[in-house]
Structures are given as structure tokens and as C-alpha cells.
Write a new protein. Structure first.
Lengths: 445, 259
């Protein structure tokens, strides 16, 4: 019997009717059989050879998503033995289980800070994909986070469903807004895909927040929010990512919608909705035109339960509207950024590879140059206002900046940018940056 | 008008040039459902002092007043662009604006007054904290329901016990935690005896109303009006008739509603 990996198979007839007689999964030690069976089951529904390969790939991805195995190889062969049917196929998955305990040290970056993440995890401790993870993050700006989480994939559901729960404590300092925030929280989440590339998360979270002032000169409107509050909320987020790549995509769209309802208990109550969209169009050669649009709305629904400054939206920064300092756009008081309840932001980028084919062979894929225009506005809708006047004002007093720069891909999800920004439209109180701005992060405008 | 809020040192230096702001606000916890013994005493004392000085102010009740305060203690006032917490700092701030209630005192009297103020702050305040946070019946029936009344479950309970640990740590450092309840009442008795002797048959401690009268009134009035499971605290105080008369007098002079 010759085993041939799928990639090197000789020319085969993909339309040939076949029947999957057997699916073997080898290499399982502590993983339980009943955990794997529902995943591989769909192979038995394949009717022709091409279908077998497609389904084998799907099963491969589902096994990968379990995060229990570090290596999965697929072998497809004709079925042998006494029970073999004519045109019978045997598919074998050879997996290597991850160790009981894994440690990791990672570096992580956001728009204003870099952090070290140290963690340990036990993947698949009870044999059915249960994962326990402990992670500590410490940033150069002394923001810290400690989180303990447990998760388990629900394999009986076809949709890559997972249930996850964590408790964490984080300490963050928002000097631009004049407050420090300490959060202690517990949450439980249910994640699933309703369609390929459409990922849902339904989360309940309770957070005990403590705010205090960063300096003695913080204005009263921020100082009066100091103290303890408790937020218990239900969050639903949908991500539809149909781009061809997460970093420097050349085609496809991304839509991200998050809705939060706070107020099931606790003394914080609001409804918050945020939508982010990105579309990419390939132009001639390697030039890509990208448009992004984002909007957010926070509204309170009760007199007894309110929102706090830490719930509001802030705009401005290297990963937000470029050409402004971090949280440098919007209402300010004594140079302290107050944030607000409604925002819109848009960006238009023209990405190009490095000019003159510099490094094209070796590193070219890591770099892009881009020209951009970013715009946005942040405000609050007072109930006394006429909404048409309000919308006109939100457009008329919009801030805008443009510029050019270099973007560098980091890994598969993050990037670093260095831009020369020219703020074109600024309102009083804003903190614009004319000149060089650096930024690191995962999600940019 | 810029609303930069300045710290004490800067405030006292710059305050001399400016008049008292007519829209001065005094921030304190809710007095009916939330505030506790020692804080209430200080809030009443500050209000009495401001009334004695004829300085206008408005009370702002906030459940998070202690977290808003620059020193973490209540009450604190916002006068123009300055935030000043606690009676001592407020007295200094007012004095720097040229208004003083102790102008008629000689140096010996001033130092006697400082000694009395210190006695009250070191003994009466700690006794009140002991009764509020250490005495178990008071803790369970009065303190925790009041402290947690402004927070949702379970935050109120968590914060109450967290505050209790903080207070106990402070009382341990000052060697008050290990006293018995009788010892605490004895200390209160000693203070009252001292003050009563100082007051004699006079209307005020030093002829005219001063911050000492305000602070004594703050504490005694609070002790009188706060309902506790045990009346022993009030019983200790009420035997000093001249102090009670002093309290009544200040109350009717500065806090009775006229017309």
C-alpha cells in the first residue's frame, strides 16, 4: 500500500463516485473518541472523490480549531480489507496532540503602548478540548491585565461552536482622559459560525470598575465619575470577514457589528452599538483602494442607571483618525479628552507596494506604502436638538486629515505604521499632530 | 473661566488674590441614607465653620464624594477653581483669604485650641470609627446597610468589607483596634470631660465662635442625631450639660430655619 499525501496525488478523476468506508484518526492519546467522532462524521456523506477532498479539508480545519493538536496530516487511500466496498475510500487523519502544559511569552502592541504577555495553558486537559489558560500582560505604560479562562469546543454542533468563560483583572491608565480604570470582571461567552466567515459571539459579562483621577488638576466633569460602579451586560458581536487576507488585503469586505446592552443588574445601564466596515478593491498592478467606515452610538435608557466616561467613544490616534493625538479629537476640557456618545469615522487609502521594486523578492510582502484621507466626528445628541440640524452639524464640523506613510506587517494580524500626517480640518480643543505619527495595532481606520 | 483645579499648596498661595466664590459647593455623601458617624461629624463641622464665617456655599450630595475628594476624605469644597478637603485645610484656605475666627486669640490660646482640635481628631474620630466599623452589632445593623445602600448587589457588600479592612488597619496602627468597647467609651468620656472643663460656663470656648466650636458641635450634634443600636455613646456625652447647651446654642444660631 502506498500512502500519498493529498498535495502530491497524481491526476485523479474528481467526479468519480466513491464511498468513504473508513475514517481513521491516529495519534489520539488523551483525547476521547466521542469528541472526535462528530467532527469526522461528515466525511461519510461524501459522494464523489472531489467531495471527499473538500470535506477532508473542512474536517482538517475543524480539527485545527479545536486547538488540541499541533500537527494534522491527511492521508487518502483506497479502501482495503474484507469489508472494503468497490470504489471504497479510506481517509486517515494523523494528529499529534499538544503537550499537557504549554507556556508562552509574546509581545503585543496597541496604538500607544507595547506589552509583554506571559501565559500558560493546558489544552485539552480532560480529553474533550477543555482548555484552561492563565495570562498576564504588562505594558510599558504600566497597564496590566491578568486573566484566567476556560473554554471548550462544542463539537456536536456543526458551526465551530465554543463555550468560553473567564475572570480577569485589568489596570489601565488613560492620561488623555484624566482617569485610571481598574476592572475586575467575569464573563461567559458562546461563539459560533452561522455561515463560513460569519463569526458570532454572545457574551454576558459583569465588570466591577473603579475610576480615579490621574492628576489633581483633572476637571470636575471627569472627577465626578470617580469611584466604583458595576456593569452587567449582554454583548453580541458579528464579524463577517470575506477579505482575502487579514493584513494588507487586496479584495473583500469586512463587517464587524457589536451591540451591548448593559443593565441586567449593576448600576450601569446603556445600549451601545458599533459598526465597522472595510472594503478593498484591487486596482492596476498591486495597487489597492481601501475604504473604511465606522460609527458608534451609546444611549442611556434609564434615569437610575447611567453610563460613565469609560463607556464612551473616543476618537483620534494612530489607529483611529490619524493626524490627531490619542483621543485627541472631540470634546475637551482643559486638554482632557471627554469622549462622547456618538461618532462616525471614515478612511480612504491607496496602498501600493514599495516603490522601485525595493526588496520585492524578500520582504516586499511585509511593506506597503499608502496615501490616506481620514475623517470623523464625535458628539452627543441632546434630546432638545432637531436631529436634522444635528446631522448637518456632525458633517459640517467634521475633522479631516490626510497624509502618506509606510505600513509594515507584523505576523498575521498586526501592523506597524509610520505616517506623515497633515490635519486639514480641526475644531477648537482638539489635539492634532502635524507631522510624523507612529502606530501599532491590529485594527486601524 | 478656566476650571483647572489646583492642589492645596498652590491653592493657598494663589487664593489670597481672589474673593470667595459665591457658587462654592460642598461635596458630601447622602446624609439621610449613606453617611456614617465620623464623616457626618466632619461635614457638619465644616458647614458650621462656613456659616460662622458667613461664607455662602451649596451642598452637593454625591454617593462617590469620598472618591472625588483629592485626599479621599469628606467633605471637600470647590471654591472657584480650587478643591480643598477636610476642615483643617479649609480653615487655612479661608484664613488666607483674610477671614479668620481666631484673630482675637493670643498665642497661648491658639496653641490650646490646636491641642483641643487635635484631641478631638485623634480620640473622638477614632472612637467613632471603632463604633462604626468594629463593634459587631452596629456594623451589621447600621454601617453595612448604610454604606452599601448606594451600590448594587453584590458591590455594596464587597466595598463595605473592603472599607472595613482599611479602617481596621488604621485603627490597629493607632492602637485602637485592641481596645474594648468600655475603653472606647472611657476615652470619649475623657475628651468630653476635657472640653467641658475648658468651656466652663462660657458660651463659646474662646469668647467668640471659632473652628473649635464648629468641630465640637459637628461631633456632638452627630452623636445626638445618629440612631445607633446602643445608646452608650450618647449617654456618655449627655452628662456634660454645658456641652449640650453649647450644641443647642450653635444649632439654633446657625441651623434653625428662619422665616
Amino acid at each position: 500500500m502506498v500512502r500519498v499525501p493529498v498535495e502530491q496525488a497524481p491526476v485523479l478523476d474528481f467526479k468519480k463516485d466513491v464511498r468513504v468506508d473508513r475514517v481513521n484518526v491516529t495519534g489520539l492519546k488523551r483525547t476521547k473518541d466521542d469528541f472526535i467522532k462528530p467532527i469526522v462524521r461528515e466525511l461519510f456523506h461524501a459522494t464523489n472523490f472531489g467531495d471527499v477532498l473538500v470535506k477532508a479539508d473542512k474536517v482538517h480545519r475543524r480539527l485545527e480549531n479545536l486547538e488540541c493538536f499541533k500537527n494534522i496530516e491527511i492521508f487518502v487511500d483506497t479502501s482495503k480489507g474484507p469489508k472494503a466496498s468497490p470504489d471504497g475510500i479510506e481517509v486517515t487523519f494523523d494528529v499529534t496532540e499538544m503537550n499537557w502544559l504549554l507556556g508562552s511569552v509574546n509581545a503585543m502592541a496597541g496604538s500607544e503602548e507595547a506589552a509583554l504577555v506571559v501565559g500558560g495553558r493546558a489544552p485539552n486537559i480532560l480529553g474533550r478540548g477543555e482548555k484552561v489558560q492563565l495570562e498576564y500582560t504588562h505594558s510599558n505604560t504600566h497597564n496590566t491585565n491578568m486573566a484566567l479562562s476556560v473554554s471548550k469546543p462544542l463539537v456536536n454542533m456543526k458551526s465551530n461552536a465554543k463555550i468560553k468563560s473567564s475572570i480577569y483583572q485589568s489596570n489601565a491608565s488613560f492620561g488623555a482622559s484624566g482617569f485610571n480604570e481598574q476592572d475586575r470582571a467575569a464573563n461567559i461567552a458562546f461563539e459560533f459560525n452561522s455561515a463560513p466567515n460569519v463569526h458570532h459571539t454572545v457574551l454576558w459579562e459583569a465588570v466591577w470598575r473603579y475610576l480615579d483621577s490621574t492628576t489633581r488638576t483633572v476637571p470636575m466633569s471627569v472627577r465626578e465619575q470617580n469611584g466604583h460602579s458595576m456593569k452587567s451586560s449582554l454583548i453580541h458581536s458579528i464579524t463577517m470577514d470575506r477579505r482575502n487576507k487579514p493584513v494588507f488585503p487586496s479584495s473583500g469586505t469586512l463587517i464587524d457589528i457589536t451591540t451591548e446592552f448593559a443593565g441586567l443588574g449593576g448600576d450601569v445601564g446603556f445600549v451601545k452599538n458599533e459598526i465597522k466596515m472595510q472594503a478593498n478593491v484591487s486596482l492596476f498592478k498591486d495597487f489597492v483602494l481601501q475604504g473604511t467606515l465606522q460609527k458608534g452610538l451609546l444611549s442611556e435608557y434609564s434615569d437610575n442607571k447611567t453610563s460613565h466616561i469609560c463607556d464612551r467613544f473616543f476618537l483620534g490616534g494612530a489607529t483611529s483618525v490619524r493626524g490627531f493625538e490619542f483621543r485627541g479629537l472631540g470634546p475637551h476640557e482643559d486638554n482632557i479628552s471627554l469622549g462622547s456618545e456618538l461618532y462616525w469615522a471614515a478612511g480612504l487609502h491607496l496602498y501600493a507596494p514599495l516603490p522601485f521594486k525595493v526588496f520585492e523578492r524578500n520582504f516586499g510582502d511585509f511593506f506597503r506604502t499608502h496615501l490616506f484621507v481620514n475623517a470623523g466626528n464625535l458628539g452627543k445628541f441632546d434630546s432638545g436638538m432637531d436631529y436634522r440640524d444635528f446631522f448637518k452639524q456632525m458633517v459640517a464640523s467634521a475633522r479631516m486629515s490626510c497624509g502618506a506613510g509606510l505600513a509594515v506587517r507584523i505576523g498575521n494580524s498586526a501592523r506597524f505604521e509610520i505616517n506623515y500626517c497633515v490635519p486639514v480640518s480641526v475644531q477648537q480643543g482638539d489635539r492634532p499632530i502635524k507631522g510624523c505619527q507612529l502606530g501599532v495595532g491590529i485594527s486601524f481606520l | 473661566m478656566p476650571s483647572v483645579l489646583l492642589g492645596n499648596v498652590a491653592a493657598n498661595e494663589m487664593a489670597q488674590e481672589e474673593e470667595w466664590a459665591n457658587d462654592t459647593k460642598l461635596y458630601m455623601p447622602y446624609d439621610v441614607e449613606q453617611i456614617l458617624l465620623a464623616d457626618n461629624a466632619n461635614c457638619v463641622a465644616v458647614q458650621t465653620f462656613l456659616r460662622m464665617c458667613n461664607l455662602p456655599y451649596r451642598v452637593e450630595y454625591r454617593k462617590n464624594a469620598e472618591f472625588m475628594s483629592p485626599s479621599g476624605r469628606v467633605p471637600f469644597i470647590q471654591c472657584g477653581k480650587y478643591l480643598i478637603p477636610e476642615l483643617d485645610h479649609i480653615v487655612t484656605f479661608v484664613n488666607n483669604k483674610g477671614k479668620s475666627l481666631t484673630g482675637h486669640l493670643n498665642d497661648k490660646q491658639k496653641s490650646d485650641m490646636r491641642a483641643d482640635l487635635s484631641l478631638i481628631n485623634n480620640v473622638l474620630v477614632n472612637a467613632e470609627l471603632y463604633l462604626t466599623w468594629v463593634e459587631p452589632v452596629t456594623l451589621k445593623e447600621v454601617t453595612i446597610p448604610r454604606y452599601s445602600s448606594v451600590y448594587p448587589w453584590p458591590l455594596g457588600t464587597v466595598l463595605s468589607y473592603s472599607k472595613r479592612s482599611e479602617v481596621i488597619a488604621r485603627l490597629k496602627a493607632l492602637q485602637w483596634y485592641d481596645k474594648s468597647i468600655e475603653e472606647v467609651y472611657n476615652e470619649v468620656d475623657k475628651v468630653c470631660s476635657n472640653l467641658s472643663t475648658r468651656l466652663e460656663k462660657n458660651q463659646y470656648f474662646f469668647g467668640k465662635p471659632t473652628e473649635l466650636d464648629a468641630l465640637v458641635f459637628g461631633h456632638l450634634h452627630t452623636i445626638y442625631t445618629t440612631k445607633l443600636p446602643y445608646t452608650a455613646l450618647w449617654d456618655t456625652v449627655k452628662s456634660y450639660h454645658n456641652l449640650i447647651a453649647h450644641t443647642d446654642r450653635i444649632n439654633s444660631l446657625y441651623f434653625s430655619k428662619k422665616g
